[in-house]
Ligand binder design. Structure first.
Ligand code: AMP
Ligand code: ZN
Length: 469
């Protein structure tokens, strides 16, 4: 089954057909780098990393172009820099580096392009000017505002009707706005805030315009797929479409949104122990801390264990289950490590799942079936079957971005150096005792390993071990 994607704009699953199969383009809204990312922020990059891996497999590695932006100017960044008394670039460089290091631990590949807002201010200014020239924005008191009433299809993505929105508006409306839902394209900066020159005075861009300007500059319009978390549907993506369409004078076209992005994908939200993550509850889990406490692949597996559009609850049993699943798969790879894997495609059932709007839980079931095939083949001594199943398992794992560690190292896990030294020495003594047929000594060593919670696995290249768990 070729790839089908649930398109938020059309509210249905659609066959994915790229505009140009030799250049499939994808943009995902990236982090605002003012602090460490929380675990919810890690869901979109991991989900879309799977999509990119799948697209590269389908269209060829060099025929997919993936951009994920970095928001490096923002009020929260300004506040943090002011509190620390440092330039914003110091704050943003620190948290971007941490973000990339933590993403690498999750096996998230770098995007092809990572545009930073501060590098695109002239393009942003040009796009704002084009929107004004098209009659869809106006300057007032140092601000430029998008006039939502000028764009015929405003609300199409989020399913909101502008008249209802206006009737329901209770927010205090800034005096310079014609309509309460007009949103900022450019705003003035105070003396201590970062600013750039513009035809409307010194200032900085609003949030939404950065993405539409950088998409146009880096990928060109229309892009094939635009992704992000479900919270971005409104207002961020609704406003992106309005800007991208109106900058080209198409405010009145019925299908003008197709000229911006052809498919919209949004991931569901992550909760922690069934609660919304929030500073006031004190349950915000930082990715940076999680990847110190457990292997990044456990975090990745847990994030992919629910379908991306569904909510995902982060809790201890999810993590235990994820670790166990990976241990089982690594166990099969380890047990069969002496047998060379064939270079094969993933099996049809795996592709059917993953191409069905990224059904990762279904895809994971195929991995377990393959690991069982490996175990059965090893027990039966059917080495051809093992070589095939290994090859298919490795092919599936490279699309999900898991099983990238050395199986022996994975199974040994995070044990202290002292324990590692003791176990290695016990295994040497055990080998010597066995060679000397000193069975009581071999039994004593086995009991000691048991006390240490160590499972020994005898293989063709000698014994390896892992912690019970
Ligand atoms: P932000 O840095 O807040 O702009 O968020 C970066 C990305 O993380 C966006 O795509 C958000 O939609 C997404 N995101 C934020 N919180 C969560 C959450 N709890 N669950 C899933 N995605 C989230
Ligand atoms: Zn964006």
């Amino acid at each position: 089954m070729p790839l089908h994607i649930h398109d938020t704009l059309r509210r249905e699953k659609r066959l994915f057909t790229p505009r140009d199969a030799s250049r499939v383009s994808l943009y995902v809204c990236g982090p605002t780098v003012y602090d460490y990312a929380h675990i919810g922020n890690a869901r979109p990059p991991v989900v879309f990393d799977v999509l990119v891996r799948l697209l590269r497999r389908t269209y060829g590695a060099d025929h997919v172009i993936y951009a994920r932006n970095v928001t490096d100017v923002d009020d929260k960044i300004n506040q943090k820099a002011a509190r620390e008394g440092v330039p914003i670039s110091e704050v943003t460089a620190r948290y971007e580096a941490a973000y990339l290091a933590d993403m690498a631990l999750l096996n998230v590949s770098r995007p092809d392009i990572a545009p930073h807002v501060t590098d695109y201010i002239p393009a942003i200014v040009d796009q704002i000017q084009a929107i004004i020239d098209a009659g869809c924005a106006y300057a007032a008191e140092g601000h430029v505002l998008f006039d939502v009433s000028s764009y015929k299809n405003y609300g199409a993505l989020s399913g909101r009707n502008l008249d209802d929105m206006i009737a329901g508006a209770r927010v205090e409306v800034a005096p310079y706005k014609k309509n309460p839902h007009d949103f900022v394209l450019w705003k003035p900066s105070k003396a201590d805030e970062p600013s750039w020159p513009s035809p409307w005075g010194e200032g900085r861009p609003g949030w939404h315009i950065e993405c539409s300007a950088m998409i146009e500059q880096t990928l060109g319009l229309p892009i094939d797929i635009h992704g992000g978390g479900i919270d971005l549907v409104f207002p961020h993506h609704e406003n992106e479409i309005a800007q991208g369409v109106c900058a080209h004078g198409h405010a009145h076209g019925d299908q003008a949104h197709d000229e911006y992005a052809r498919y919209w994908m949004h991931n569901g939200f992550l909760t922690v122990d069934a609660e919304k993550m929030s500073k006031s509850i004190g349950n915000v889990l930082l990715l940076h801390d999680l990847v110190q406490a457990m292997p990044g692949e456990v975090v990745r597996w847990a994030l992919l264990s629910a379908h991306y559009r569904q909510p995902l609850d982060w809790n201890q049993s999810l993590l235990d289950q994820s670790k166990k699943s990976l241990d089982r798969l690594y166990g099969a790879l380890h047990r069969s490590s002496g047998i060379a894997a064939l270079d094969l495609d993933p099996p049809a059932d795996f592709l059917k799942s993953i191409e069905d709007d990224l059904n990762t839980p279904g895809a994971m079931a195929s991995l377990f079936a393959l690991s069982s095939e490996i175990e059965r083949g090893m027990t039966a001594g059917d080495l051809d079957a093992v070589a095939q199943a290994r090859g298919r398992l490795i092919a599936c794992a490279s699309i999900l971005g898991v099983l990238q560690a050395d199986p022996a190292a994975w199974l040994e896990g995070d044990v202290s150096d002292d324990l590692r030294v003791e176990v290695d020495s016990l295994l040497e003594q055990r080998a010597a005792a066995r060679a000397a047929k000193d069975w009581p000594e071999a039994d004593r060593i086995r009991d000691r390993l048991n006390e240490l919670n160590v499972v020994v696995m005898d293989g063709p290249d000698g014994a390896t071990w892992r912690m019970k768990g």
